[in-house]
Ligand binder design. Sequence first.
Ligand SMILES: Nc1ncnc2c1ncn2[C@@H]1O[C@H](COP(=O)(O)OP(=O)(O)OP(=O)(O)O)[C@@H](O)[C@H]1O
Length: 952
Amino acid sequence: MNSDSDSDSDASHISATPPRDSNPPPPPSSSVTPFTSAFNAKCKFSKATSSLARTRSKPGKHSSRVAKPSPPPDTKPSEEESLPDWTPLPTLPYQIRRASDQSRGVSSSESIEMLPAGFFSKSSSFLKFRGSCLNFETSEDNRPLSELSQQNNVETEVAGCSMADWGSKDNSFIPGNPVKLVRKYPNLIGAHVPAPPVKVRKCGGEGNFVKLNLNGRKRKFTKKFNRRKYGERSSYRSHRRTKMNLNNEDCHETASFCDEDGLVTETTQHPQKQGNGGAKFDPVSIEETLSNVRNDPSDDNLVQLLKLAYGYDSFQEGQLETIKMVLAGKSTMVVLPTGAGKSICYQISAMVLPGITVVVSPLVALMIDQIKQLPPVIQGGLLCSSQRPDEVSEIVRLLIQGSMKVLFVSPERFQNPDFLSMFSSGLVVSLLVVDEAHCISEWSHNFRPSYMRLRASLLRAQLNINCILAMTATATTSTMQAIMTSLEIPSDNLVLKTTVRTNLQLSVSMSTNRVKDLLKLIKSSPIAEVRSIIIYCKFQLETDSVSRYLCDNGISAKSYHSGLPAKDRKHIQENFCSNKIRAVVATVAFGMGLNKRDVGAVIHYSMPESLEEYIQEIGRAGRDGRLSYCHLFLDNDTYFKLRSLMHSDGVDEYNINKFISEVFSENKCGKVYSMVKDPASRKFDMKEEVMITILTYLELGEMQYLRLLPQLNVTCILNFHKTSPAMLADKDIIVAEILKKSETKQGQHVFDMLTVVNSIGISATSLSNHLQNLKLKGEITYEMKDLAYCYTILKYPEDFCSMSAHLRKWLSEIQTSKVRKLDAMFDAVTSAVNLCEKKTQGCFNYEQTPCLEGKICSYFQEGDNYDIPNKMNQSSPFLRADIKVFLQSNSQAKFTPRAVARIMHGISSPAYPSTIWSRTHFWGRYTQVDFSVIMEAATLELLNFVGKDVTS
Ligand SMILES: Nc1ncnc2c1ncn2[C@@H]1O[C@H](COP(=O)(O)OP(=O)(O)OP(=O)(O)O)[C@@H](O)[C@H]1O
């Protein structure tokens, strides 16, 4: 309990149960999950003075109306205490007592500078690939390959080399130095062994649909190599039998840190890589082979192309059949394990096909990684919102002249009219690749509403695309079905292989002192000998404390999370890739797309939220094909914390209804509307992710009610400098309109961008550009704020109530699916621990690979449509009494059952932020009781209160 609240003089200290512990629950601000990052933002925001304005209000209202200061729940603030402003709570069905005044206005001190729309980034390549005529030119950027190799970090160099070239003592690249293809050694420090080539099981004539076969006992080994690979696990077990000693504290690390600045660029730079005996990149031979493939895409011709472009001797499982299907013009769905080489499937197709290949990727960092890994024959670039106009123009120029073959974009780009117009004016797209395709499905672990834009029908209409390649490493049957339906991929066109690579050894242990156990694990064989380790935590603060602890104990470690500045994150990743750091202690923010081949261990300090996330994260290990270790520490507290957080996205039908009513409060055809994000989030007690999900549904659901436009800062604060406002207005009709629509405050003109846009009938981008030009001429300076969702209305809904009911049902199904995924994860690892104790599944000591693989296999095959056990309590004797006391002691506020349940679970929400509500000692007291049980109890107690309120 917070010390502040201990001193409460109101009734909140009287509770049916004693406080659970003397400390408040750990601040969720340490979490890195999307919802808790948003939570952090809210916490920060609520400390600042905030604007509550809505865009459709009169000029300046965004800065003039402000939330009423919040009465703290359990304690009265001292005068010096700078409490966050009280946010206007939604008008709730369970109203205890109205706060007396919620309309006090304070101007917002926040200002967000607006970026001109449509920014792009420069992409350069030292080789230009002219798509149609296949001329290879050396560009001005061209430098000796060796120089580029030196400039690039080890990640790129290693990624690029054939493992047959890794033969020297120091594991350096020696062209033409073949090594035996015996997969004998795990990823060890100083194990001066060449890594074998990555070889996985052959598809073996199983057609396009190959069933999952994760259970080690049932594996068929078509190759001697694979038998050896699996046999190695057994010998490893016996090795561990004698050597595993978790108490060995003697092993100290000596790896040092280096602060030299690394460079990661967004350009296509190609180290000499993909070595096949050091075969040089030969544009003429590649051109000839490409022409052969176009005439006859036979296995031999494609293997020849693979050799010349990448230096690999053969395709890995699933690659060849995918490429052949795409080249035959068939839309295809590929589910291959992490590190199985999915990228080559679209890269080779892009080389062969005549038009451009558009790759949709969820993260810019991922796009940059992919661009860096393109072979020299492919020029690639990306479009993202932070690029300068000249960078955009350069990309567009290269695309139009046919020099650029692969373009990376985010799904949000498909709502940008400038981007879409490129395709209507003749740019031919031969292939659209949807990377991390599971984001399309709301039943996946990582649903992104913007991926709803990638429906085949929309893509066909907008980009005239016929062939789509969907790629993921993690899709359950229901996720796969959702993706294939959405992208109209025929069920036969599925390439599906095992979800876990065979070179990963999985283990789990229960832990009551994770940090100590972690240290022991890292200092014991075999992980003591591993050079590169990733340790995954769930919360940002956890990464800091764990890495500090490791450093204090002689392990070179750095923490990595999204709260760090981008420059620091880049630096850490580069130092890790060049082995200057041994361990990265990271949140989920680290690793996606990371292709450091010799990561020898992935340790889960905290359990992931789903088996999908687990597979993604362990997929960073052993990408060189060598035996690698994946250990997970299981603890109940993390499970309860994560389960609570699963409910932070929940939303009531009542608030959805209010939200929709606000969206459609006017209905003028062609008018651009906006909703400022932060105040709306507090008003409807909805996180931004939820608001954008609803808006995207209104755009892309069964009926198109609105069209979303790019988000915009809608309030502009303008200063005139050279010419007087009146004189400038005489010459400039836009300025004249701005003057009409603006309010003057202390010499500054404050106006709403969309009011001007709607009255003159120009686009928001044109208005932004106009202001930018005036600024460049020295006429004005301006500041933008109030980031808002912008949209136009296409159809007015007939029945808000049924629409709200439908949306609530949909959103709660998504939430239930997430909760079930967490339960399935917890169930898989707990049962692995329990089964392995009984040693019934062939597991030994700390290795539980067969058990876990069995669980993972059935999860991905059968989905989560089974009765998953969970650890939550379904009742609590003091719950109702505690809720009653809580409501009595906070009678000045108003609550919904969900708000009460969140407080009891210690979850912040936009209208009930932890900065205020964690002061009550009920905060997080009932994390072990099922959320719905608390909601039910809260409903009953609130109804009692409403009754009392009405009669009094
Ligand atoms: N045929 C091949 N032979 C040998 N190595 C290959 C082959 N194809 C790809 N690789 C290598 O495998 C590594 C992983 O490839 P890639 O990054 O495409 O995997 P992925 O399936 O996209 O993984 P993730 O889902 O984790 O991003 C790369 O270093 C790549 O060069």
